[in-house]
Design a protein around this ligand. Structure first.
Ligand code: PEP
Ligand code: MG
Length: 530
């Protein structure tokens, strides 16, 4: 929700995700070297043209960035790395450029100074330019080449869709809004927008045909409307709304209240600070797979242990639900070689994937178990289908940690699949706790893709059967004496939170920014208000 006026940044979709990858030998090696040299030369010339153009139109200072980019392309450590990759690993020019630039980009992103981080976007942009040249692709998606690509900063990001891996690639620190052609209210792009507290509209297919980088837009997340090149009147109207909102802004923090717990959803340790600021009563969903997506690789047991320990330490004894890696379907890890599936939402994902990739599961289990020494660890099993599967997974978890010194570990079911909800009684007999992942539950219960804008109108909970199922879960948890919470997006929705309270939900987990508002409504409910 919210409204914003701003300029478009066309977020670079997947145009480089299907790069030609091939091995080269003999004279082919020389050819790839030549292709690299040519790409570097032509791109440098193009940058000089842009620099001169910008200097004329915007000024010398603004044009300096292109000099800096030219220097990167001339940097011998960069050039050498690309050529070395071709020689040593017999890869083609596209692969060598991608890998070399990714290497430098990642290295620079790890530096703490903002100044260096900005250089990381330059490196990514240069990689895009080189790959565009090699693939003879139109560079039109790159901020028209006239303005420095800001990867979304101070802009309204417009994209085909925003997948979890794209959202970690994007510099989200200062995005003003999101618009996507694909996706619905509970797609990961929307979840991200909500956690950032910026307006978003999804499902506007064809939008990118009528806008370009720099187009002015109003994004009205209240109405689900986008206005392209708004009139002065409309713009004034938005400014008035924003001014009014600023005046009536509630004081941000709302302290915890007795009888209704509001926890935070996080993607990584970096999100803990905001959770603490909002006085979250624990972490009700740590999407641990996001750490892998953000690093573009699997992490070692030690690396995971350190991350988990850091979160537990920062949360100072509050509950933390670590959801086991939920990989597959919408949460793709491009570096994990997984066979292409016709129906990934019903395929190798969640617990099924973990049980099939035992090394991955074992590594995470051991890291969690080691972290439990200092503070209790609550492990949430994703996409549980039935009791047998849950018990098999828990057994495997315990076998893998048998030799370790451990503290308290609890095992919980994430209810996202209708079959598990129907078997709730027996599942909750064995599980230590439960959470309800309504994003997927709605998808599977009503056979409605959460990421498909064509069916978004049908993705809703205004159906009695949904509430019957939910109320039953609450009753079963009560009967079995187990803690239950809701961590899907509806828990942070002001339209739904009252109904969740009415069926007996007393614990929810939402993105940190939603905490004050949800607590305020919870407090009203406790007092008997509507
Ligand atoms: C859910 O499905 O409701 C959930 C919390 O998990 P995710 O949105 O990560 O699939
Ligand atoms: Mg889910």
């Amino acid at each position: 929700e919210g409204i914003v006026l701003g300029r478009v940044c066309l977020f670079n979709e997947n145009r480089h995700s299907n790069l030609p990858i091939y091995k080269v030998e003999g004279s082919g090696v020389e050819k790839e070297h030549r292709r690299v040299d040519r790409a570097l030369k032509v791109t440098t010339e193009r940058l000089e043209e842009i620099r001169a153009d910008v200097e004329k139109t915007l000024g010398k200072a603004e044009s300096e960035i292109f000099n800096a980019q030219k220097m990167i392309l001339a940097d011998q450590s960069v050039v050498k790395k690309i050529h070395d990759l071709i020689d040593r690993e017999n890869v083609n020019a596209e692969t060598a450029i991608s890998r070399a630039f990714d290497y430098f980009e990642n290295a620079i992103r790890k530096l703490s100074q903002e100044h260096f981080k900005e250089r990381a976007s330059d490196i990514a942009e240069l990689k895009g330019r080189l790959l565009d040249f090699l693939g003879n692709m139109k560079p039109s998606l790159q901020c028209a080449g006239l303005e420095h690509c800001q990867k979304g900063k101070h802009r309204i990001v417009v994209a085909d869709e925003l997948t979890p891996s794209m959202t970690v690639e994007l510099d989200i620190s200062d995005v003003k809004g999101f618009v996507t052609e694909k996706g619905g209210k509970n797609s990961h792009g929307a979840i991200l927008a909500r956690s950032l507290g910026v307006p978003a509209v999804s499902g506007l297919s064809g939008l990118r045909e009528i806008i370009g980088c720099g187009t002015e837009l109003i994004v009205d997340g209240y109405k689900g409307e986008v206005i392209v090149w708004p009139s002065e009147d409309r713009k004034k109207n938005v400014q008035d709304i924003l001014l009014r909102k600023k005046k009536h802004k509630h004081t941000e923090m709302v302290a915890p209240i007795e009888g209704f717990s509001v926890m935070a959803n996080i993607n990584s340790f970096a999100d803990v600070a905001e959770a603490l600021e909002m006085q979250a009563e624990g972490i009700g969903l740590y999407r641990t797979e996001m750490d892998l997506i953000a690093n573009s690789r699997l992490l070692s047991e030690d690396e995971l242990y350190e991350k988990y320990t850091a979160v537990l330490k920062a949360m100072e004894g509050e509950i933390v639900f670590f959801r086991l890696f939920d990989i597959g379907s919408d949460k793709v890890l491009p570096f994990l070689e997984i066979q292409k599936e016709q129906n990934p939402a019903l395929g190798w994902r969640g617990l099924r994937l973990l049980l099939g990739k035992k090394d991955l599961f074992a590594t995470q289990a051991r890291a969690l178990a080691r972290a439990s020494v200092n503070s209790p660890v609550w492990v949430l099993y994703p996409m549980v289908v039935d009791l047998e599967q849950f018990l098999a997974a828990r057994r495997f978890f315990m076998e893998q940690i048998a030799d370790l010194k451990i503290g308290e570990i609890k095992h919980g079911v994430l209810f996202e699949v209708p079959s598990a909800c129907l078997a709730a009684d027996e599942l909750m007999k064995y599980a230590d706790f439960a959470s309800i992942g309504t994003n997927d539950l709605i998808q599977y219960m009503f056979a409605v893709d959460r990421d498909n804008e064509l069916v978004a109108y049908d993705y809703h909970v205004e159906r009695p059967v949904f509430w019957e199922l939910m109320a039953n879960l609450v009753q079963v948890a009560k009967h079995r004496g187990k803690m239950i919470s809701v961590c899907g997006e509806m828990a942070g929705d002001v339209e739904q939170i009252g109904k969740l309270y009415d069926i007996g939900i007393r614990r929810v987990s939402v993105s940190a920014r939603r905490i004050p508002e949800i607590r305020r409504i919870g407090a009203k409910k406790i007092k008997g208000g509507k």
